[in-house]
Every structure is written in C-alpha cells, then in structure tokens.
Design a protein around this ligand. Structure first.
Ligand SMILES: Cc1cc2nc3c(=O)[nH]c(=O)nc-3n(C[C@H](O)[C@H](O)[C@H](O)COP(=O)(O)OP(=O)(O)OC[C@H]3O[C@@H](n4cnc5c(N)ncnc54)[C@H](O)[C@@H]3O)c2cc1C
Length: 459
C-alpha cells in the first residue's frame, strides 16, 4: 500500500516540503491542507495603484543559496530583479542620515565613513574602534545580538545601527535575540576572531560571494514564487480553506483532524507557525508547552501612495530605518518606488511603512484610520510630504515574527525530541524554528520532507 503524507500549512515552507515529497516519492499519497482560502501564507502580493505590490516580504537574501536555487528550478530566473539602489538611511534626532559604506548587518567595519555619517557621536565611533584592541570577552553560548554588539562596540552602535537593521528583519529587540541564530555572520566573526571588525573583514576577504546583488525580488511580486511553486505540483491533492484542528497518534499511524473529516496518515509535516503548531500537537503536552513558549511579534505594514511631486525628499535610496530611541510609531519606511527599478516612474511615490515590533504593540491598539493618520503625520515630517495621500492599505501581520530568544536552538531540539518520542512521524518546519527568512524556510521545507521520507523508509 502506498504511504500517505499530510502537509499542514501552505506557506513557502509547506509548499516546498510538499513539492519535495512529490518529487522524491511520486508513489506516496501526499495531501496539503491549508487553513486559509489561499496558499502563500505570509507571502502576499496585491494590486496597489495599478501595480503588484507586496503586503509582506518583497525580497530575499542571496548570500544563502536556497531561494535563488528554487527560483531557477521553477524557471523564474529571468524575472528576478534587484533593488535599484543600495543606499539606505537611518533616522537620528529626526533627521535622515545615510548608512555609511562598510556596514555588515549594521556593524561598521570602516570607522572613517562611520564618523562622517554622523549617525553616532565621535566618542561613540571611537568606542566602536576599541573593538580592535579589547581583549576577547566572549561570555559563552546564548549571547544576544545586543549583548555582542554592546560589549564589542558600545551602546550607540547597538541602538542606532544594529537594532534598527537586524531588529527590523525580525520585528525584534536585539537585546533578546540569539546572536548565533539572528546574526550568524556576526557571531561567527566574533567567535573566530578576538575583534568583531577584524573578523568581519576577514570574512569579506575570504568570501566568494562578494559580487552580485545581496537581495532579489520578482517583477510581479513575491507571490510569483509561491504561485509558481504551487503550479509545479498542480494536479496534486492541495486543499485550501481546510484548517487542521489537531494531529493525534492513532495506533501505529497518525490522524489529522479537521472540522469536516479526519485523515489517517503515516507522516505529518506541520508547516504552520509555531503558536499554531502548539495547538495541533496538544496531545504531546511537553512539545505543546515548549512551542507555546516561543514568543511572536506583530507588525502592521501600511502601503501609502502619493503624487511624486508632493514628496520633497529626493528619495535616493531604498528606505529609512527608525531606531527605538526616536520614539516614533514608525519602525521603517521602504521607498518602494525608488527601491524597485521595474516600478517605472509613473509620477507616484509608494511607501511601505512598518509599525510594531517586540515590546511595542501600540500599532495593534489603533484602528486602521487612526494608524494611517499617525504614520502619515510621522512620515510627512521625515520625508517632507506636503500633498494628500492618494491611496493606502493596511496589512496586519499578527504574531507573524517568531522571536529567537537565546537558547532557541536547544528549545527546538527539545521539541523535536518530544515529538520523536511521543508522536513519531510528526515533523515541524517553517519560520518558527531555524530561520525566518524566505531562503531559510525553503531550506527547512526541503529538509523536513527528506526527514519524513527517511522516516517512512525506516519505520
Ligand atoms: C510583513 C513581513 C515582511 C517580511 N519580509 C521579508 C523579506 O523581505 N524577506 C524575507 O526573506 N522574509 C520576510 N518575511 C518573513 C517571511 O515572509 C516568513 O517568515 C515566511 O514567509 C514564513 O513562511 P512559513 O511557510 O514558515 O509560514 P507561513 O507563511 O506563516 O505559512 C504557514 C501557513 O500555515 C497555514 N496554517 C496555519 N495554521 C493552520 C492550520 N491549523 N491548518 C492548516 N493550515 C494552517 C497558514 O494559513 C499559512 O498559510 C516577512 C514577513 C512579514 C510578515
């Protein structure tokens, strides 16, 4: 009899896992159950001022191979597009300051450009330079990103550069994010070298990937990736609008329960967010409790459109990051119409304005109109906007960003052990565990599928 595999969740991780199962084991019976009416999860592109504009992720990093490889496999290479500019800004005391050259995830490796940028005080730039002379003071595993940066380079570098940058990728507070997971490049550099700056310079020297764009997106938006991925397995049993309510052990098998029916299965890959997975595996209480202990942050992303002539700023960059110390609701503004070359200049300026991060839930408390008004007041000041908003939309991403607290990798290993012992055949994948960027989710989806197939072969 053919074996059955059920994948729960049709975001990028679940779709990748499903495709891998179909490719590697065409004889098995694979079913994908997605709770919402559409596939893609946090990847969503929709029309805004007549063009496809992402409501969530709009680019992926190319310094790890998995998203680029998948795009090539799906025949999407020709429509990959790179940001038009690598300039970006940070807000300091209400003013835009250009990020200096030589930054690696917010860490300055060149001190003269840092000094000239006026992002930190001359004293703070000097303090950052001490990194090269300070003795090795690594406190051991489980250090936070903030801990690492503060001890090597001082508070201003942490607060005005690294937290805005790495914090905005994770909607997190870098003082509570695991350095090895949220910023592996920095952690490795600091571990391999007494000095963080020297370690990063050494990495750059040895890197074979220094050329080429750091980020890529798609001309028609990120949904191009999930839609093409779903089409690549068309004809398979993919069901949307079918939320799974529980996964249970049933004799030697597993049972996947939905409101309308249940499915017996040999293997289940849960590709739903960790807080959802916690409910699904409630019958294994230790795993459920551990999954529930992973905190998540929420973000509101407001897309705003103006007439270009109403925006005074020259917009010669991809956007601006806003450190917590500025006290604003806005955490970042992506200048979409400058960032993406395929958004041909049609006289509009389109911004994606983010609000909300770990420890800041003010945006959640505002209704859409109040939120837009509050953000509009802030960005009008920052970008010198005089005219009216001509179109806007609010995309709320509740509990969308898992927070990898120090020790997260051990927590995940413990959850996997719990499931192996009490719910053999259940595998977890996706942003909650081993990387939340699109490439990491693709990688994990493939890994979960291969682990599931190995389990089927050996059980
Ligand atoms: C605003 C925003 C901006 C981002 N920007 C970027 C970026 O620029 N670059 C980048 O690399 N990453 C970015 N990310 C992160 C990245 O998009 C996500 O981490 C990634 O898409 C998550 O994929 P996933 O498959 O793990 O989970 P999800 O996309 O959350 O998919 C999980 C799926 O499971 C379904 N589901 C949940 N519960 C059930 C259930 N009980 N039964 C059935 N189905 C269920 C959900 O409906 C969903 O479709 C961004 C995220 C957000 C929110």
């Amino acid at each position: 009899m053919s074996k059955r595999v059920v994948v729960v969740g049709g975001g990028i991780a679940g779709l990748t896992a499903f495709r891998e199962i179909r490719r590697q084991s065409p004889d098995s019976e694979a079913i994908l159950l997605e709770g919402s009416p559409r596939l893609g999860g946090k990847i969503l592109t929709s029309d805004f001022l007549g063009r496809p504009v992402d409501e969530g992720a709009d680019a992926f990093i190319t310094r790890v191979p998995w998203a680029v490889e998948l795009s090539k496999e799906l025949g999407l290479e020709a429509i990959l597009t790179r940001p038009a500019t690598s300039n970006a800004y940070v807000l300091v005391d209400g003013e835009l300051r250009k990020l200096p050259e030589g930054l690696v995830l917010g860490v300055p490796t060149k001190l003269v450009p840092l000094l000239k940028s006026r992002i930190v005080s001359p004293l703070a730039a000097l303090r950052a330079g001490f990194d090269r002379f300070l003795p090795d003071d690594w406190p051991g595993d489980d250090e936070s990103v903030g801990g690492l940066i503060r001890r090597r380079m001082g508070d201003q570098i942490a607060d005005r550069l690294v937290d805005p940058l790495i914090g905005s990728i994770n909607a997190g507070d870098t003082d509570h994010l695991d350095a090895a997971l949220a910023a592996p490049q920095l952690e490795t550099a600091a571990r391999r070298n007494r000095s963080l700056i020297m370690g990063l310079r050494e990495q750059a020297k040895n890197s074979s990937q220094s050329s080429g764009p750091v980020f890529l997106g798609f001309e028609n938006g990120m949904t191009q990736l999930t839609e093409t991925l779903a089409s690549s397995v068309s004809g398979s049993d993919i069901r949307t609008g079918v939320p799974v309510t529980a996964v249970e052990v049933s004799g030697n098998n597993l049972r996947v329960i939905t409101d309308a029916q249940s499915f017996e299965s040999d293997v289940v890959i849960i590709a739903a967010p960790a807080h959802q997975a916690a409910h699904l595996v409630a019958s294994c209480q230790t795993a459920a409790n551990r999954l529930s202990s992973i905190e998540h942050a929420s973000v509101a992303l407001v897309t705003m459109g103006f007439k270009r002539e109403d925006v005074g700023n020259s917009l010669d960059g991809s956007g601006v990051l806003v450190p917590r110390s500025e006290g604003l609701l806005t955490t970042a503004v992506s200048w979409g119409s400058s960032k993406w070359p395929h958004w041909a200049d049609d006289g509009h300026a389109i911004f994606r304005v983010s609000a909300g991060r770990a420890g800041d839930t003010r945006a959640l408390a505002l209704d859409d109109t109040d939120l837009v008004e509050a953000l509009l007041t802030e960005i009008a000041h920052i970008l010198d906007i005089e005219g009216n908003l001509i179109e806007w939309r609010v995309s709320r991403w509740i509990d969308a960003f898992p927070q990898y607290a120090p020790g997260h990798d051990r927590l995940v290993a413990a959850i996997e052990r719990d499931l192996r012992s009490h719910m053999p055949g259940v595998f977890l994948t996706g942003a909650g565990y081993k990387g939340l960027g699109i490439p990491a989710c693709i990688h994990q989806g493939g890994q979960a599928a291969r682990a599931a197939l190995d389990y089927l072969r050996t059980s």
